[in-house]
Ligand binder design. Structure first.
Ligand code: UD1
Ligand code: CA
Length: 453
């Protein structure tokens, strides 16, 4: 973008209808806070600076808004909520630093895309003084209506102020308004609050600009792109749109999903080519999956790096810090946390592997548990390459099982096992020939006695 652009992001609403103890814009879509979606989109469109208008949770909102991009973010506080026009004016000092374009965005509308912002800015470059992004609303109730004449926008009428004829218009203000940085302060200062809500409406800027002979236009975006969030029900609708888009993009990039609607992705989920995802899989933040891996049904993943060709689940849980090398297998009812599992190693049934390093080709038998926590500290378990851990073993950390070692089933391993050794840590079996018959007779005799009594 050759032009300089300031994005003013409004995030000071009181969000009463969310009924939440935290700021609305900290609620998430695709496991990323709404405000971060908006600021990252602004950054992707190439804005030069972001002015963030904040209310409650200011510090956390600002920190979140800064994450994931390197456009400078300046925050200004709006202590009293007096309307969108008033909110933008809070950023007056930053606006006056001098920008070609000012674009106003809402912190609670995360589906806006960089292309729409660039389309608005290109209209500005070709001579429009104010560009408003509008959409055709299935139900326009509550939105500001875009009133056009001869291809120009002549006013935005808020629902509460609109006449019956104006209310019949379905072309609505999506909230993204772009205007000249040099005119901005003087236009914003001319906004009054003589209206149904007693608020300073940013939308009045259009009629004010018209009286000064400025040209205003509206361009159309999709209703989905402009979705805003006032309630948790609307948040869920936005999530559904976001998820559908993310799944669609993943499938177009070479990922197979058998029942896409049941797969939940995060904003940073990375899926390689030929990955197959079965139904009901949850990707929390920080998951990457290498090519041709299969994620079987009902698997829960978070902070895990899965190598190519791995087979995960069904019913597996990978927690943060999991690193699985190529062609590993983690089967049903296994939980892995902060553990590196080497290439081709298998953890197939009912195991907990935490704070561990497992070598390539190791076979971890059913029900193996790394006892990593002593009630105060976490300790590491090392399992060498090519080891065989018998079923139902407890590996009491800190402990090291050497390369190529064998651990007998049912062992409790508290001491290091050298390379290629066999370790058995369980009570020795005793077998008493014929004793089963005598035991049965004894039990029967006791039963007869208790019946008589
Ligand atoms: C606004 C528009 C309306 C548009 C609709 C689209 C105005 C006057 N109306 O209406 O034309 O169709 O959005 O969704 O602009 N905010 C502040 N401080 C304030 C007031 C609002 O930060 O003092 C923030 C809110 O947190 C929100 C955004 O600005 O993110 C929009 O405010 P909201 O009250 O939701 O505006 P609407 O009545 O929905
Ligand atoms: Ca709104």
């Amino acid at each position: 973008m050759a032009r300089t652009c300031l994005a003013v992001v409004l995030a000071a609403g009181d969000a009463t209808r969310m009924k939440s103890s935290r700021s609305k814009v900290l609620h998430t879509v695709g496991n990323l806070p709404l405000i971060a979606h908006v600021t990252r989109t602004a950054a992707a469109a190439g804005v030069s600076k972001i002015a963030l208008v904040v209310g409650r949770d200011a510090a956390l909102v600002a920190e979140t808004a800064r994450s994931g991009h390197d456009v400078p973010v300046a925050t200004v506080e709006q202590t009293e909520r007096k309307g969108t026009g008033h909110a933008v004016l809070m950023a007056r000092e930053i606006i006056n630093e001098g920008f070609d374009d000012i674009v106003v965005l809402y912190g609670d509308a995360p589906l806006i895309n960089p292309e729409s912002l660039l389309a608005a800015i290109s209209q500005r470059a070709s001579g429009a003084d104010i560009v408003v992004l509008g959409f055709r609303a299935a139900d326009p109730t509550g939105y500001g209506r875009l009133i056009e004449r001869d291809g120009e926008l002549i006013a935005i009428r808020e629902h509460k102020e609109a006449s019956a004829d104006e209310r019949a218009i379905d072309f609505c203000n999506g909230g993204v308004i772009t205007f000249s940085g040099t005119e901005a302060a003087s236009l914003l200062e001319a906004i009054g609050n003589d209206n149904a809500k007693g608020e300073y409406y940013l939308t009045d800027i259009v009629e004010i600009a018209r009286t000064r002979g400025l040209k205003c236009v509206a361009i159309e975006a999709s209703e989905e792109d402009m979705m805003g969030c006032n309630t948790r029900a609307e948040l869920a609708e936005i999530e559904a749109v976001w998820q559908a888009r993310a799944r669609h993009a993943a499938m177009l990039s070479g990922v197979s999903m058998i029942d896409p609607a049941s797969v939940f992705l995060s904003h940073d989920t990375e899926l390689g080519n030929d990955v197959t995802i079965e139904p009901n899989v949850w990707f929390g933040p920080g998951v990457s999956v290498g090519a041709a891996a299969t994620i079987h049904a009902f698997t829960h993943l978070e902070g895990a790096d899965i190598g190519p060709g791995a087979m995960i689940g069904p019913f597996a849980r990978l927690r943060p810090g999991t690193e699985l090398a190529a062609k590993t297998k983690v089967g049903n009812f296994c939980e892995i946390k902060k553990a590196k599992i080497g290439a081709g190693a298998k953890v197939n049934h009912l195991s907990y592997i935490g704070d561990a390093v497992v070598g390539a080709g190791a076979n971890i038998g059913a029900g193996t548990i790394t006892c990593n926590y002593d009630g105060q500290n976490k300790h590491v378990t090392e399992v060498g390459a090519g080891t065989f851990i018998g079923s139902n073993s407890s590996l009491v950390a800190p402990v090291r099982i050497g390369d190529g070692a064998y651990v007998g089933s049912g062992s409790v391993i508290t001491l290091d096992v050298p390379d290629n050794a066999l370790a058995i840590g369980r009570a020795r079996q005793e077998t008493k020939p014929g004793r089963a018959e005598r035991l049965r007779e004894k039990i029967a005799a006791i039963k007869a006695l208790t019946k008589k009594a």
